[in-house]
Design a protein around this ligand. Structure first.
Ligand code: CP
Ligand code: NVA
Length: 311
C-alpha cells in the first residue's frame, strides 16, 4: 500500500448487476437474519446517526414506507423529497443536487424517470445511491422478490421464471438477475411491445415466446406487472387492447408447474394484467414480496453503509 492510495470507490445499487452474485447472496442472507430479529422484536440499530435522503419524482407506497420504516428501525433517520417540494421541480441540475445532498446525508435513494438521470446523480455523489425505480430498472423490488422465492422454494439458480406482459423496468431487472444468479426467464410480450435489445442483451438466461401459455409452460414462478407503467399513462387505452391476451389467470397458471408461485410487484389492476383469482389465490406470494421490500432493503442499507462489518 502506498501513502497516496486513493479512497475506495463509492458503491451504488443502480442496476441489479451492479453487485456480484456473491454480494447479492450476502445481502439476501443478511436480509433473512435482519427479518428474523425484527420478527422477534430484537432491537438492531447499527445505523444510529446515519441519514437517508429519498428523492421521489414518481408516486410510491411500498418503496417509501419500506425505506422510511427500515431506516428508522436500523436507528437512522430519513429525509423525504419530491420534485414538487424541492428545487428539482425548478430545474436545478441533477449534478448540483447530487453534490449538495451527498455532503449532508450518508446515503440516497432516488425514484425517477430515465436511468441516465440516476447515473448522473451517482457520478456526482459522495455517498451510495440506490435506484428506487427508473423507467428501465427496479432492482430493489427484484431483490425482495428473490428473497421471497428463496423463502418459499429454496435457491433460484436453475429455476424458470415466466414474465408475462410488458417489457418494462421489472422485466429488464429480472433478466439482469437471471444472468447474475443462474436462472432462466421465459418472456412473452404482445406484438409491438417486445424487449429492447439494448436493455436485454442476448444470452442463455432468457427466451422470448409469442404465446404466454408457452412461456408459462413448466415455470417455477409466473410474474407480471401493470400494462402501463408510471410515465406511460397516455398509452393506457392502446395498451388495454394490445395486452388483452396477456392476462395471468387460472388457465395460464395451469401451464406452469403445479407448485408454481405467482408474483406481482404491486400496485396491481385486478381484471387487467392479473385475474383476482390468481392475485388473491393460493399460489400468490404478492404480500410476502411487498413485506420483503422492508427486510431486503434493510440488508441493502446495511451493506452499502457498513459493508460486511456486521454481526
Ligand atoms: N412495488 C413498488 O415499488 O411499489 P410502490 O410504487 O408503491 O413503491
Ligand atoms: N412497472 C411499474 C412498477 C411499479 C412499482 C411502474 O414503473 O410503474
Amino acid at each position: 500500500m502506498t501513502a497516496t492510495a486513493s479512497a475506495p470507490a463509492v458503491r451504488h445499487f443502480l442496476r441489479f448487476d451492479d453487485f456480484t452474485r456473491e454480494e447479492v447472496e450476502h445481502v439476501l442472507s443478511r436480509a433473512a437474519v435482519i427479518k428474523d430479529r425484527f420478527k422477534r422484536y430484537q432491537c438492531y440499530q447499527p445505523l444510529v446517526d446515519r441519514t437517508l435522503a429519498m428523492v421521489f419524482e414518481k408516486a410510491s407506497t411500498r418503496t417509501r414506507v419500506s425505506f422510511e420504516a427500515g431506516m428508522y428501525q436500523l436507528g437512522g433517520s430519513v429525509i423525504h423529497l419530491t420534485t414538487g417540494d424541492s428545487q428539482l421541480g425548478r430545474s436545478e441540475p441533477i449534478e448540483d443536487t447530487a453534490r449538495v445532498i451527498s455532503r449532508m446525508v450518508d446515503i440516497v435513494m432516488i425514484r425517477t424517470f430515465g436511468q441516465e438521470k440516476i447515473v448522473r446523480f451517482a457520478a456526482h455523489s459522495r455517498v451510495p445511491v440506490i435506484n428506487g425505480l427508473t423507467n428501465e430498472f427496479h432492482p430493489c423490488q427484484v431483490l425482495a422478490d428473490i428473497l421471497t422465492f428463496v423463502e418459499h422454494r429454496g435457491p433460484i439458480a436453475g429455476r424458470t421464471v415466466a414474465w408475462i406482459g410488458d417489457a418494462n423496468n421489472m422485466a429488464y431487472t429480472w433478466l439482469q438477475a437471471a444472468r447474475l444468479l443462474g436462472f432462466r426467464v421465459n418472456v412473452s410480450t404482445p406484438p409491438g411491445y417486445a424487449l429492447q435489445p439494448e436493455l436485454a442483451p442476448a444470452g442463455d438466461h432468457f427466451r422470448t415466446f409469442t404465446s404466454p401459455a408457452e412461456a408459462a409452460c413448466g415455470a417455477d414462478l409466473v410474474t407480471t406487472d401493470v400494462w402501463a407503467s408510471m410515465g406511460f399513462e397516455a398509452e393506457n387505452q392502446a395498451r388495454r387492447s394490445a395486452f388483452a391476451g396477456w392476462q395471468v389467470n387460472a388457465e395460464l397458471m395451469r401451464q406452469a408447474r403445479p407448485d408454481a408461485l405467482f408474483m406481482h410487484c404491486l400496485p396491481a389492476h385486478r381484471g387487467e394484467e392479473v385475474a383476482a383469482e390468481v392475485l388473491d389465490g393460493p399460489q400468490s406470494v404478492a404480500w410476502d414480496e411487498a413485506e420483503n421490500r422492508l427486510h431486503a432493503q434493510k440488508a441493502l442499507l446495511e451493506f452499502l453503509l457498513l459493508g460486511r462489518n456486521v454481526k
